[in-house]
Design a protein around this ligand. Structure first.
Ligand code: SF4
Ligand code: MSK
Length: 631
């Protein structure tokens, strides 16, 4: 079937993206949008969540037009099939974040045991505060001993026999009681994921409500467990992010330097590449090879990690990863795991770019595998940087195009940084929300998706929210979209409503605060919890919301579910594959309000989605007895 070639302007709102799509077309490089189009019309059974292939009596599918009609061979109806498929998505997302968290525990353990060169405890105070939370008697102990003890107890959290993981207790008491009431207090992190897979085997849990509640428990084990451990340990090992200036878009690549792109999610590898890129021997080698320096740039969430802590510039988000290579200016693409398209090795081979995989869990076609462990990380990182440098003379100058000048951004808004900007306590934030200058806050998070014009929904929603005096915090790929749109500089306060503008100018902050990578949504949970505790209420009472306008990933499904289960109503762009079950749709859009005090809202039109979010914030204000702009 011949498919229409869409113009670059129809695929992305970003001008650097448009330029590189056009270059790729001239150079016959296949991109994500080309493959999306060749998939033609999506299967309506799969889109509705009504196809099942979990056993060899099937595969089976139920007609979306007659969902109450035919059953699967085993007798599963539409509700069971949709719920099982959904729970498997949640389990995969939870496994991904939590395995990332586990890798950081292993680094902490290696530091404690003195087995690693290059990693250290950067934040001893945060280490001690976490040790206290875990009940470790730390007085009189050195950092390394505390690190060993903490690593041990955090490993226990993955398979604990206790009835709750440790960090779930960070939630407000009222929230924890709701979790208890509905039987969704997260137990061991691995246990929840493993149980989800068990329940979705043929002939185990065949009650759609029970399957969905297990989804909530599994998601909470991620949000208040695996992800939270990932964030806190990254802070301890690599430093708590503080506000710093940086730049964004493909213009951060340099004509005269060795360009190395860092992609994936875990900062363990990128931290060592950063160290290696400071090595005087390698800097001299770069000069010998005709380059004036070594330039690191990030993409996706590894990019967010090194941007938040080191100010390393950001080249782009999920749909920009292939396009970064199309510049022809990248000597090496170094990846860890998650959201790394298998196509990248092939795109790299269209240029002189060398691609390296580094995790034993994630290998890629067209990539050289250089396995990095806490023990060998510095040595291997130096090898990777050296190989990139030696590749610089292979750059074909005629094929290089770095499309535009970078945009400035202010990043690094950890909770600690936000509290510091507020003068050391969250009281001023509560006060300005009460006074109505800031109406509320929204976490805009998540990915890009080739089904949607790249970054378009992110820009529209975030601009409209700040114009209506709603503070935006963002993570993941959204954070790149808003930075490229110029919303992460203090001057962007001019685009905010009068109240938010006044606060941003007074504090010297942008109206859109970057809180990190996708595991760092856990920071948003902790902040929401602190606000609720301050007011002696529950998270679901606060004038806050979450939004994922362009999500694609199973991790995003898990994040959205733990946000709702934590009491935060979540607005989605793309519709999740659940429409085959009327019961589940009704539960997601309405019924969950009676369980968690929050629900899902699906609205693909970003203008309408922004209006719905604003309305939600104003209605929460009214319920709290604060002034409301609801007409
Ligand atoms: Fe078909 Fe049931 Fe097997 Fe699924 S579990 S493939 S619905 S027989
Ligand atoms: S990288 S999960 S596309 S945010 Fe975290 Fe971006 Fe989504 Fe991956």
């Amino acid at each position: 079937m011949k498919t229409e070639v869409l113009k670059a302007k129809e695929l992305t709102v970003t001008t650097d993206g448009q330029a590189m799509i056009e270059k790729a077309r001239k150079e016959s490089v296949e991109l994500v949008w080309d493959r999306y189009q060749t998939q033609a019309k999506h299967c309506t059974f799969c889109e509705a969540g009504l196809s099942c292939r979990i056993c060899m009596m099937g595969p089976c599918r139920i007609n979306p037009k007659d969902p109450q009609g035919k059953k699967g061979v085993c007798g599963a109806d539409a509700d069971i099939i949709v719920a099982r498929n959904f729970l498997r998505m949640v389990a995969t997302g939870a496994a991904s974040h939590s395995d990332h968290g586990r890798d950081l525990i292993e680094v902490l353990k290696a530091i404690g045991e003195g087995k690693t060169i290059g990693y250290s405890i950067r934040e001893p105070e945060k280490l001690r505060s976490l040790a206290e939370e875990y009940g470790i008697e730390y007085k009189g102990k050195g950092d390394l001993e505390i690190a060993r003890n903490l690593a041990h107890l955090m490993e226990e959290d993955f398979g604990t026999r206790l009835d709750s993981i440790k960090m779930a207790k960070r939630a407000p008491v009222k929230r924890f009681e709701i979790w208890k009431k509905f039987g969704v207090v997260p137990r061991g992190i691995d246990r929840e994921t493993s149980e989800s897979l068990h329940r979705t085997h043929m002939g185990v849990d065949n009650d759609w409500v029970s399957l969905l509640l297990q989804g909530a428990r599994n998601a909470l084990a991620d949000g208040w467990g695996g992800s939270m451990i990932g964030t806190d340990l990254s802070d301890i090992i690599f430093g708590i992010p503080t506000p710093k200036e940086s730049e964004v878009n493909l213009g951060v690549l340099k004509h005269d330097e060795v360009n190395i792109i860092l992609h994936g999610h875990n900062p363990v590898v990128s931290e060592m590449i950063f160290n290696a890129a400071q090595n005087p021997r390698l800097l001299a080698l770069a000069k010998e090879n005709g380059a004036s320096g070594i330039n690191l740039a990030g993409v996706c969430c590894t990019g967010n990690e090194v941007l938040m802590r080191k100010g390393i510039p950001m080249a782009g988000n999920h749909l920009m990863t292939e396009l970064a290579l199309v510049t022809g200016a990248v000597e090496a693409l170094i990846v860890d795991y998650q959201c790394i398209m298998p196509s990248l090795g092939k795109v790299a081979q269209c240029y002189h770019t060398k691609m390296f995989s580094t995790s034993p869990k994630a290998k890629f076609p067209g990539a050289e595998h250089v396995e990095i462990t806490p023990e060998n990380a510095l040595e291997k990182a130096e090898y990777l940087v050296e190989t990139a440098i030696k590749n610089f003379p292979n750059r074909i100058k005629e094929r290089v195009s770095i499309p535009e000048k970078p945009v400035k951004q202010l990043t690094g808004f950890s909770i600690e940084a936000i509290v510091k900007a507020l003068g050391g306590t969250i009281t001023p934030l509560i006060d300005v929300i009460k006074a109505g200058k800031i109406r509320g806050a929204v976490g805009v998070v998540g990915c890009n998706n080739p089904r949607i014009k790249h970054d378009n929904a992110h820009r529209i929603i975030v601009r409209k929210l700040i114009a209506n005096d709603i503070l935006v915090v963002d993570t993941g790929c959204v954070s790149v979209a808003t930075a490229k749109d110029g919303l992460k500089v203090i001057d962007a306060a001019q685009l905010a409503g009068i109240g938010l503008m006044e606060i941003c100018n007074a504090l010297g902050i942008p109206p859109v605060l970057h809180m990190g990578s996708c595991v760092d949504n856990s920071r948003i949970m902790v902040l929401a919890s602190a606000l609720a505790n301050y007011l002696g209420t529950d998270i679901s009472d606060l004038p806050i919301a979450a939004s994922a306008p362009e999500w694609y990933s199973e991790k995003a499904v898990t994040i959205a579910l733990y946000a709702v289960a934590s009491g935060i109503t979540t607005f989605l762009g793309p519709t999740p594959p659940v429409t085959g079950s009327k019961n589940i749709v009704e539960m997601a859009l309405n019924g969950l309000e009676n369980v968690f005090g929050a629900r899902f809202v699906v609205e693909a039109d970003p203008e309408k989605a922004a209006d719905l979010i604003i309305n939600h914030i104003e209605s929460k204000r009214a319920k709290l007895g604060l002034d409301s702009r609801i007409k």
